[in-house]
Structures are given as structure tokens and as C-alpha cells.
Write a protein that binds this ligand. Structure first.
Ligand SMILES: *Cc1c(COP(=O)(O)O)cnc(C)c1O
Length: 222
């Protein structure tokens, strides 16, 4: 196998997560590796499934609906995570196709998801996304609005698993990861969805329970 074989890459990423967890005195089992498969075709995804990878991330509802039903039949234990922004009018579809939603970031979406979950009788785990670097273009609620949004989500019966964030690009991510971890602790939340290809080891050391890794597994996106 060449070093750019997806299975080799998977082993390398798993090893780095285990090493980072060990450095922080954490169990590697406490970190779920989500293979972010947006834009990747079935032929690229299948080798990872065969190698035992079971958590995958997509950023579009329609793309997930097209790609994943066939894999679900073959691998009933796989888990699909939505890692992209979600429009309220797609809440029903998202609840039907995903096992976890990492982009809950506003009250209108909380209401739409609560209605969708009742209707579909399915309750995907929810991560509230925080705009941790306070960036104009980025998804996520502000740090100031988080307490009210969390209260809304809990009151609406969403299964809130934790917080998610994407720190600003081109700067040291560690302070943002540490801040997200502190905010999660303050709110009694265990789940921390943070860390991508460039920084999943740092995120693991700082408490990530879910790292979202695309490029390091599949190669550079076209
Ligand atoms: C695409 C994406 C990732 C994966 O990014 P890579 O740099 O390819 O690892 C993680 N999280 C979110 C929210 C994404 O959109």
C-alpha cells in the first residue's frame, strides 16, 4: 500500500489521535473520528468503511441523501454527522438522514428541528455551534447568545450533546479550542466537536470528543 492509500491515511490519523489523547491523559476511545466525506464519491468512501471507519460527516443534506442510503444497508452501524449549515426548511430531511447535527446555531432552527424530531420520531444528537472567533461570515451563535440558545434547545427537547466550533483560519487554534472547552464545562456539556485536518491533534489534547477530518483522510478536495 502506498502512503497516500486512504486506509494508510486512516491508520495514521488514528495513531496521531491516540498519541495526542495519551499526552493529555485521555483515553483514545473518548475521541470519535468523523471522516468528512463531502464532495467524495462512493469509490473514495468505501475503502474507509471496509477498514472499519463508521462515523462520516457531510455538509449538505441533498448530497447525504444521494450518497448514504446504499451504504446504510451494507453498514447498518455507520453514523452520519451533519457538519454544515442547515436551513430550517430542510430540518425534516436532515433529521431523517443524519444521526448527529453539529450546526444548531439559532432559535428558529431549534424550533424547526424540534418539530422535525417529533414528526419523524427520530432524535439525532445536537451540537450547538459557536462562532468562537466572532467572525462576520461564519456560522454559529455568538458567545453572548449561547446561554439563551442552549436554554431554548433544552426546553424544546433537543438532545444537546455539546458544542461545536470552527476557529478562525490562519491563526493558532489552541486558544479557541481551550475557550470552547471552558464554555462547554461552564454549561455542563461533555461533547466538544472541534479540530479539522490541520489541528485535530491540538483539539484532542484540549478535550475534543469529536474531530472532523476530511483532507488528511481523503486528500485535497478538488
Ligand atoms: C470540510 C469541513 C471539515 C473538514 O475539513 P478538512 O480541513 O478537510 O479536514 C470539518 N468541519 C467542517 C465544518 C467542514 O465544513
Amino acid at each position: 500500500m502506498s502512503t497516500d492509500d486512504p486506509t494508510t491515511r486512516l491508520t495514521a490519523v488514528q495513531t496521531k489521535i491516540a498519541q495526542a489523547a495519551a499526552l493529555a491523559g485521555r483515553e483514545p476511545d473518548g475521541v470519535t473520528l468523523i471522516a468528512v466525506s463531502k464532495t467524495r464519491v462512493a469509490e473514495e468512501i468505501e475503502p474507509l468503511l471496509r477498514a472499519g471507519q463508521r462515523a462520516f460527516g457531510e455538509n449538505r443534506v441533498q448530497e447525504a441523501q444521494a450518497k448514504w442510503p446504499a451504504f446504510r444497508e451494507a453498514y447498518p452501524d455507520l453514523a452520519l454527522h451533519l457538519v454544515g449549515q442547515l436551513q430550517s426548511n430542510k430540518a425534516d430531511d436532515a433529521v431523517a438522514v443524519f444521526d448527529a447535527i453539529h450546526s444548531v446555531d439559532r432559535a428558529s432552527l431549534v424550533s424547526a428541528l424540534a418539530r422535525a424530531m417529533d414528526k419523524m420520531d427520530r432524535r439525532p444528537a445536537c451540537f450547538v455551534q459557536v462562532n468562537i472567533g466572532d467572525e462576520a461570515q461564519k456560522g454559529g451563535c455568538t458567545i453572548d447568545s449561547l446561554p439563551a440558545l442552549l436554554a431554548d434547545a433544552r426546553a424544546a427537547g433537543l438532545p444537546v450533546a455539546g458544542l461545536m466550533a470552527v476557529p478562525p483560519a490562519d491563526t493558532e487554534a489552541a486558544p479557541y479550542f481551550a475557550l470552547l472547552a471552558k464554555i462547554a464545562r461552564d454549561h455542563g456539556l461533555d461533547g466538544l466537536s472541534m479540530g479539522m485536518s490541520g489541528d485535530y491533534e491540538v483539539a484532542t489534547m484540549l478535550g475534543a470528543t469529536h474531530v472532523r477530518v476530511g483532507t488528511a483522510l481523503f486528500g485535497v478536495r478538488a
